[in-house]
Design a protein around this ligand. Structure first.
Ligand SMILES: [Zn+2]
Length: 366
């Protein structure tokens, strides 16, 4: 009995001692207190880290915007393009709240060898009696002013939210009112670049299971009063199917980097569909083998795009992923907590992705 009492007291003391130590350890354990948003790991591995100063082949950048706010900035941009190997850049007027189309064409005119102009659909008068003639006329006018394509149109659920000058609310790409413009675009040999939906994490619950949580919170889509992901994909597929003579460029891998086989099925079905890789480096370079395989398989349908400003480093970060076999590196600007790895794309694929596919669309298609 005495022994039993002693044993019980000893266990109690021991347990108390352990509990307090655990409490202290818990308080001192950074893994339990560091927030995901503050996670900024540094790679310690002794592995290759390649700096790609200039792209291996000449580039046509099919996705950028009217970033430069002065002639000096435009001039600086062209210098950076020359340095990193970009021949010319699509400056997309839609989605950029700024000057009217003709003003920006004028602003870039002294450097027009470096830039291609893209315009919006003008929905002014879409419910009036002069539609679609007035919409077609606006498109023809842009073409005369030098526009080579249309975009970036954008539908995140509420219609063409990037539209200028008229509001594109509730105007989705498969809207019968838009069809005459899409057909005209085909006739004028102007490809349509369009942003549909957002990366899939933005639609999932904002909780600890959300793999893309850090960025998903910023770009979270509330679909209560608008089209959700699948509905948007349906509108897009309808438009692509119903307008086979018009080329569509789905921006950002059609926001399907999480499900490339689904994008592959669409590419298999519709020869008038292309996609650009812009602004989805981080969303694809954490699955380098699957993405590499996909880019090799669809090497005739992929287009280079940036959509991310004018800095040399911005371009070089993309080259690093596309060209090298480096693994486990971080690009903090992309925001995600995961590490990236390079695709090490074969030269013939790189050449098509960087240049040849875009060249074909902008010359032969025209
Ligand atoms: Zn864009």
């Amino acid at each position: 009995m005495k022994n039993h009492v002693f044993l019980i007291i000893s266990i109690a003391l021991l347990a108390g001692c352990t509990a307090s130590k655990e409490g202290e350890q818990e308080a001192a354990n950074p893994a339990a207190t560091i927030l995901l948003k503050d996670f900024a790991p540094e790679v310690i591995n002794n592995i290759p880290k390649t700096h790609v100063e200039r792209a291996k082949f000449d580039i046509i950048d099919m996705h950028a915007h009217d970033y430069a706010s002065s002639e000096e900035e435009i001039a600086q941009w062209t210098k950076t393009m020359d340095r990193v190997g970009v021949l010319n850049t699509a400056v997309m007027h839609c989605s950029w709240i700024g000057r009217p189309f003709e003003e920006y064409v004028e602003a870039y005119a002294p450097y027009k060898d470096h830039f291609k102009f893209w315009c919006c659909f003008d929905y002014t008068g879409i419910d009036g009696e002069e539609w679609p003639e007035c919409g077609i006329k606006a498109l023809e006018r842009c073409k005369q002013l030098g526009a080579v394509g249309i975009g970036e149109l954008g539908d995140k659920g509420e219609g063409d939210t990037y539209a200028r000058p008229a509001d594109g609310k509730d105007i989705h790409i498969n809207d019968p009112r838009v069809k005459p413009l899409i057909e005209k675009a085909g006739e004028l040999k102007m490809p349509i670049s369009i942003h549909i939906a957002e990366p899939y994490w933005m639609y999932l619950p904002m909780d600890a299971t959300n793999d893309g949580l850090v960025n998903a919170v910023t770009w979270h889509v509330d679909t209560t009063n608008c089209y959700g992901y699948d509905k948007l994909m349906e509108t897009f597929e309808n438009a692509v199917r119903e307008n086979p003579k018009t080329i569509f460029i789905a921006c950002h891998y059609l926001n399907m980097t999480h499900d490339l086989p689904r994008l592959g099925k669409l590419l298999d079905k519709y020869p008038n569909l292309y996609f650009d890789i812009s602004a989805r480096v981080a969303e694809s370079a954490h699955t380098p083998r699957a993405t590499r395989e996909f880019l090799i398989k669809y090497q005739d349908r992929v287009l280079f795009g940036t959509d991310n400003g004018m800095d040399a480093e911005m371009y070089q970060n993309i080259f690093h992923v596309l060209e090298t076999n480096d693994e486990h590196f971080y690009v903090p600007e992309y925001g995600y907590h995961w590490a990236l790895s390079g695709f090490n794309l074969p030269d013939e694929v790189l050449k098509k992705l960087y240049h040849d596919n875009a060249y074909r669309i902008l010359t032969e298609y025209r």
